[in-house]
Design a protein around this ligand. Structure first.
Ligand SMILES: [Zn+2]
Length: 471
């Protein structure tokens, strides 16, 4: 970093909070989605907590009068950027907060540095960062996809205990089940996690189907297509090869879900964003891609240079991805109607999945599926907060964390109104959206500067090589 400072290329400073400590917001409509409204309310914030909600008596702080106050959004499946000289965590954090995402669940620390980098920012308290609940390293068996994976040697309780202790030691709240696990291993890990106070979520391993895996909270609807129906056994195919999933299969999934009490985080937006590869160059120029450090487009997501599943042919997109999106929406609606639990996550780090923006896209995909907008809001706030186990998270209530969004127009009436976000209160500090956006623009300009851009590109190539074991 010394080198960059000498060149006058210091990373940009933090946005300034407009309020913090003890302050009041008067004259807002408080909305706890599906749990009522409080019109013309006064919110008292004190040291990161909602101290009181009352009727407005005197309008001392009427800056946001007429606004709609909603709980901060939770993205239940992200991968934070690795920690390095580029300070990517600060940039991603700004992008989350500028879109109203005040909490994230880190669903697998790709290289083992990401979560600590975010926690350090939170501790230092200078740069704002969403609340992070983590899954620590991946837990799998056989050949690991990511370097930061705990490999289970067998399905014994002792091996599962050792894995749970290691995950717990990273400060994680969840264990992320990953590839190569057998049903017996998953059961042993689930027992170990219960003993060590960890919740569980994860992938249905490639060899298993949804109903046979025993995963309590399934990510990406993996295993819905039975393994033998896939074109190939890659992550991409497991995500997209839904040609054999018909009405009957979906109904079987709903039955198994209710019987086993399975929750789902479908991350439909990962498939939706694959459509960006219909025309990569045009997608890279789109407004929403303008807040991503350019090395993602230059290297990581690049159709030729990238190493993820970016080589999506036009034929595959139209033949598999497009119908898979519609079927996943249909299954999400069926599950919702049946009373099964759903969460909204995005898988930020996958191509064109952007911190913040993509949760709005996932909300839209849920709403388009026929789930009511206010119900979608509840899933992305209150339900997520309950799952994460932080008391009061996802609600606007006395004693709850002060994570509050202030909108000029009611975003439970139309998701278009997400664009009317005026301010974000994150852990009790109020940021005006204009300040967050200015900080984000400055940060983006830093990554696009002629000196940083090539450095970042080389760094990204190295980081990619080290996070992935082989090709
Ligand atoms: Zn993921």
């Amino acid at each position: 970093m010394g080198f960059l400072s000498t060149l006058g290329l210091r990373p940009p400073g933090p946005p300034r909070p407009a309020a913090g400590g003890r302050f009041r917001i008067d004259g807002v409509t408080v909305i706890n989605p599906m749990h009522g409204r409080h019109i013309n309310a006064s919110l008292q914030i004190a040291d990161g907590v909602i101290a009181d909600i009352s009727d407005v008596r005197s309008e001392q702080s009427a800056d946001f009068a007429g606004c709609f106050a909603l709980p901060g959004l939770v993205d239940m499946h992200v991968h934070l950027p690795p920690d390095n000289a580029l300070k990517l965590t600060r940039h991603a954090a700004l992008s989350y907060l500028a879109h109203g995402i005040t909490s994230v669940r880190e669903a697998g620390d790709l290289d083992g540095t990401s979560v600590d980098a975010a926690r350090r920012l939170a501790r230092e308290g200078v740069y704002p960062v969403p609340r992070v609940i983590s899954c620590g390293p991946f837990v799998g068996a056989g050949k690991p996809t990511f370097r930061n994976t705990i490999l289970l040697p067998d399905d014994s309780d002792a091996a599962a205990d050792a894995a749970a202790i290691s995950v717990k030691a990273t400060g994680a709240g969840f264990m992320k089940f990953y590839d190569g696990l057998t049903r017996r291993m998953i059961d042993a890990l689930a027992r170990a996690c219960a003993r060590h106070g960890l919740k569980t979520m994860g992938h249905v391993p490639a060899a298993l189907s949804y109903e046979d895996a025993g995963i309590a909270e399934v990510q990406h609807f993996f295993g819905v297509p039975k393994p033998q129906t896939l074109e190939r056994e890659t992550l991409l195919n497991r995500s997209c090869d839904w040609h054999a999933v018909d009405e009957q299969r979906m109904d079987a999934i709903v039955t198994a879900t209710l019987k086993q009490g399975i929750a789902n985080t479908p991350t439909i937006v990962t498939n939706y964003c694959m459509l960006s590869y219909r025309d990569f160059a045009a997608s890279a120029r789109e407004a929403r891609a303008q807040h991503v450090p350019p090395f993602y487009l230059d290297v990581i997501w690049h159709p030729e240079r990238g190493r993820f599943n970016n080589r999506l042919s036009r034929d595959y997109l139209e033949r598999q991805v497009v119908p898979a999106i519609a079927k996943k929406q249909q299954l999400a609606k069926k599950l919702f109607d049946a009373g099964a639990q759903l969460y909204l996550g995005t898988d930020v780090a996958q191509p064109f999945i952007l911190p913040g923006v993509s949760l709005h896209q996932e909300m839209t995909l849920f709403a388009e599926a026929g789930i009511g907008i206010e119900a979608v809001w509840k899933l992305a706030t209150r339900d997520a907060g309950e799952r994460l186990g932080v008391p009061g998270l996802g609600r606007i209530a006395a004693g709850a964390p002060a994570d509050i969004l202030l909108f000029r127009r009611d975003p439970t009436q139309s998701l278009d109104n997400l664009a009317s976000l005026e301010a974000v209160i994150s852990a009790g500090r109020l940021y005006r959206l204009a300040d967050l956006k200015r900080a984000l623009d400055t940060s983006q300009a830093y990554f696009q500067s002629p000196l940083i851009r090539p450095l970042a590109r080389r760094g990204a190539e190295r980081a990619l090589a080290s996070a992935l074991r082989g090709r």
